[in-house]
Write a new protein. Structure first.
Length: 223
């Protein structure tokens, strides 16, 4: 068997240039409207939207295609409460001692503090875990590669999919996040990577007036 015996034809959606341009502009416009939201409505969201967003995240490229991620969806009020309580303990330590002045100053425009009511108000929390190992079909432990990069890309795709479906998200990373392994009873080879809060924004939601850097500042086109 040669290396490429198990290859299949690529399905590729080739676009005409004018359509390509239009699609790229529309996509940028859509993404430019995404804001991190901290005021959530408690309105529930359709289960299949979450499932499809996770399916989309699961299409992310990953080191050696090991797909080193796990998405734990939390909707139960009691579990959300436990997560909030544990997160607030860590966040209190962060805001009171661990974060230095420079960090607190950088955070000031965001108006954040140690209170995390959204962890209970929002209908859905998706806790993304990164897996140091994958247990294969035969129960063998297989090493994963570029885990942080792979899971980071999957998280970006998850956020994009949820935004594209009309939902608001908040990337929350209480640190340390070990309590999530205990509450969600995940195996020891999984580490919490990101806690993504999702739902509809509250009717009166406000966001900080912060700007994105222009293209010229975030890129260089090498001649
Ligand atoms: N985890 C804390 C602090 C925090 C840190 C960064 I860097 C942010 O961009 C936002 C918040 C919190 O969630 O409040």
């Amino acid at each position: 068997m040669t290396k490429t015996d198990n290859f299949i034809p690529l399905k590729f959606r080739r676009l005409e240039e004018d359509i390509m341009l239009r699609e790229s502009r529309n996509f940028f416009e859509l993404m430019d409207q995404r804001r991190t939201v901290r005021d959530f409505s408690d309105q529930r969201i359709p289960q299949e939207v979450i499932e499809n967003a996770i399916r989309s995240a699961g299409t992310a490229p990953s080191g050696a295609n090991m797909q080193p991620w796990h998405f734990a969806v939390v909707q139960d009020a009691n579990i959300k409460k436990r997560i909030r309580e544990a997160a607030e303990i860590e966040e209190k330590k962060l805001y009171e001692h661990r974060a230095g002045d420079e960090w607190l100053e950088a955070l000031a425009p965001l108006g954040t503090d140690a209170n995390k009511p959204f962890l209970e108000t929002a209908p859905t929390l998706i806790v993304v875990f990164s897996k140091k190992f994958t247990i294969d079909d035969q129960g063998r432990k297989r090493k994963n590669y570029y885990t942080a990069e792979s899971v980071g890309i999957a998280c970006g795709m998850l956020i994009t999919a949820l935004h594209g479906s009309g939902l608001a998200t908040l990337t929350h990373t209480p640190s340390p996040m070990k309590f999530l392994c205990d509450i969600l009873e995940r195996p020891t080879y999984e580490r919490p990577f990101l806690l993504l809060v999702c739902g509809y924004p509250a009717a009166n939601a406000r966001v900080p007036n912060i700007q994105r850097q222009p293209l010229s500042q975030i890129s260089s086109f090498i001649p």
